[in-house]
Design a protein. Structure first.
Length: 279
């Protein structure tokens, strides 16, 4: 399938994607029987305040995003540590402070500069229906994984998500099946497109999911207490909106990662004698 220029001169590609729902905004999605009703709140007599009367509707797009980034999503995310297991054995990461520094470095030099910009471009490619752009950015992401284990993880998680999506009502186009199965970001982008989730929110959700999985791995490996894990989440979560904003400002030529410690740790993990995680 080839690109054709639209009225504005912007390339447009048709790849048989289910685009009929694209014009449907989140505010249009309202299940039957959820019309606005009055709520009555009991206010404390000594604490005067204005009681609300309008019920707030739950945004279905938000719920779809929560499902997509949930640890219960059966794509095996909890089985990977992305080199953290070796970093713990090498005593690079050994307590709450060192784990927080490790994750902040990855957020700054990989998630912000590689994964999030590519996720934004994949979402835009699905919105435009441009097959070539989807394939290009899938290849770019896989090529940026510096070790065998990291490339395997990308493909395994991508294949698991591609297999799951049809059962969730997300149509995987035949001509893009191979590309979508090669990286989980492509499957996430397709679901985001199908469910009309705003791209910026999707990026924030993806970054949170990455952070949560890695903190859970660190809690098991070091080990740390659950409270310390929650403190790390609370601390680094404040950097995610900044990361999403920065990712949206990157040009194509600036996309990439600079994480030599991750590459060393991942390489060491390939021959690590005792392992709990697959990467």
């Amino acid at each position: 399938m080839h690109c054709r220029a639209g009225a504005s001169g912007t390339p447009q590609c048709g790849i048989g994607l289910p685009l009929s729902h694209q014009s449907r905004s989140c505010s249009d999605i309202r299940p039957a029987g959820t019309e606005r009703r009055k709520r009555v709140y009991l206010c404390h007599p000594q604490e005067p305040r204005r009681c609300e009367t309008e019920a707030r509707l739950i945004n279905l797009c938000d719920l779809r995003l929560y499902q997509l980034i949930s640890p219960t999503l059966p794509v095996g995310g909890f089985t990977y540590s992305q080199g953290l297991e070796w970093a713990v054995e090498a005593s690079w990461v050994h307590d709450r402070e060192s784990l927080e520094q490790w994750l902040q470095g990855l957020l700054r030099h990989s998630i912000t500069t590689l994964e999030l910009p590519i996720l934004l471009r994949l979402i835009a490619a699905f919105d435009r229906g441009c097959e070539q752009a989807v394939i290009r950015w899938c290849h770019c992401l896989v090529a940026s994984r510096e070790t065998l284990e990291l490339r395997k993880e990308e493909r395994q998680r991508g294949a698991a998500l591609a297999k799951l999506l049809p059962s969730l009502g997300v149509v995987v186009p035949d001509e893009l099946a191979s590309a979508i199965a090669s990286t989980q970001l492509a499957g996430i982008a397709l679901a985001v497109h199908t469910w009309a989730i705003p791209a910026q929110q999707a990026c924030g959700g993806y970054a949170w999911s990455w952070l949560e999985n890695n903190v859970m791995a660190g809690v098991k490996l070091i080990p740390l207490g659950q409270t310390q894990g929650q403190q790390i989440l609370l601390s680094i979560a404040g950097d995610i909106p900044i990361a999403v904003e920065a990712a949206g400002q990157l040009d194509d030529h600036a996309i990439g990662s600079s994480t030599p410690a991750l590459a060393i740790a991942s390489s060491g993990h390939e021959t690590q004698y005792t392992r709990l995680f697959r990467s």
